[in-house]
Write a protein that binds this ligand. Structure first.
Ligand SMILES: C[S@@+](CC[C@H](N)C(=O)[O-])C[C@H]1O[C@@H](n2cnc3c(N)ncnc32)[C@H](O)[C@@H]1O
Length: 301
């Protein structure tokens, strides 16, 4: 449970359509506050209309990245918060809006920007990067085994005319992999370009590196991730925070003098129940992990 003090200050760093924010707000009393952030202006407008409308002064929703939390809190004159939630990745709204270019199942521009005010689109990467860079993106961020064939197919296709639509990219991927793997490969390659366009892993790393000092003592930090690259980063960071020794295995005695700064609330990640997956199939790959900052401990970095 993220909310442990009903009159505390909480942050939803990825407010999207406001579902989690609403649930947090429902657990707060009249003096509890919620700050919502999203890099997608449409998500900010939607969630403002849904939960911050009228005179709801307990809620503030901003068009900001979660990596900017420290400066947001400084501007709000808040020194520490009692809980932060990050629900990573794309929202259903973004995927289901063909014009945003996130889905390989709908025709749309090859865009994939979460923040449409930023310049770099998927088309820029797909048409402007070297063959090796495209292969690296697909292999690293998509964990796609056929990365080389897909990169070669993209380079061949764009030699005729730049790839400008999701449908053309999806056709190109299908042409490079076996038919039985086509759907999974499309999903992985689209995920790879989306991660690259939005620099998602660096954003998560920055947030993990800077989060602890922003939490009150006993403050909680929960992250929902949807693929193994993110989940691995979160898991390792949380385990380091919760460990009294981070020496490499095999040393006869501890030399690191590391002191734990948090306790793990989730030894194993929490996954969606069967009912949740039936209601929302995208929750199938969700993994939730949470820590609690220990009282009277200073962050070690
Ligand atoms: C999975 S959705 C969140 C859904 C939300 N929890 C809800 O209940 O509707 C992820 C959201 O995070 C946003 N997002 C992704 N990276 C972000 C970042 N670095 N800073 C702020 N928002 C980000 C996306 O724009 C998207 O709206």
């Amino acid at each position: 449970m993220l909310v442990w003090d009903r009159s505390g200050i909480y942050v939803d760093g990825t407010i999207g359509g406001g579902g989690h924010a609403r649930a947090i707000l429902d657990r707060l009393d009249e003096s509890g506050r919620l700050i919502g952030m999203d890099r997608d202006l449409e998500a900010v407008s939607v969630s403002r209309a849904r939960i911050a409308g009228g005179s709801n002064s307990r809620v503030k929703i901003m068009h900001r990245e979660f990596t900017e939390l420290a400066s947001v809190l400084e501007a709000e004159q808040i020194s520490r918060v009692d809980g932060v939630l990050l629900d990573l990745g794309v929202s259903s709204y973004q995927i289901d809006t063909p014009g945003r270019g996130f889905s390989f199942q709908a025709e749309g521009p090859l865009d994939m920007r979460m923040d449409t005010g930023k310049a770099l689109t998927a088309a820029d990467i797909v048409n402007g990067s070297s063959r090796d860079e495209i292969e690296r993106i697909i292999r690293e961020y998509g964990e796609e085994r056929q990365a080389r064939s897909v990169a070669n197919a993209i380079v061949r296709t764009r030699a005729n005319a730049p790839l400008a639509s999701t449908a053309r990219l999806a056709d190109t991927i299908r042409s490079a992999v076996r038919r039985q793997w086509a759907v999974k490969s499309c999903a992985r390659v689209f995920q790879a370009f989306r991660i690259a366009v939005n620099n998602e892993l660096d954003k998560l790393k920055t947030s993990l590196d800077t989060m602890l000092p922003l939490l009150s003592h006993r403050g909680r930090f929960g992250v929902i991730s949807y693929h193994s690259l993110e989940d691995r980063m979160v898991k390792r960071t949380f385990e380091t925070w919760a460990s009294d020794c981070i020496c490499p295995p095999g040393l006869p005695q501890c030399v690191c003098r590391h002191k734990r700064v948090a306790v793990l609330h989730t030894k194993r990640p929490v996954v969606a129940s069967r009912e949740e997956v039936t209601k929302n199939p995208r929750s199938r790959s969700a993994r939730f992990r949470m820590i609690e900052r220990l009282p009277n401990e200073q962050p070690t970095h």
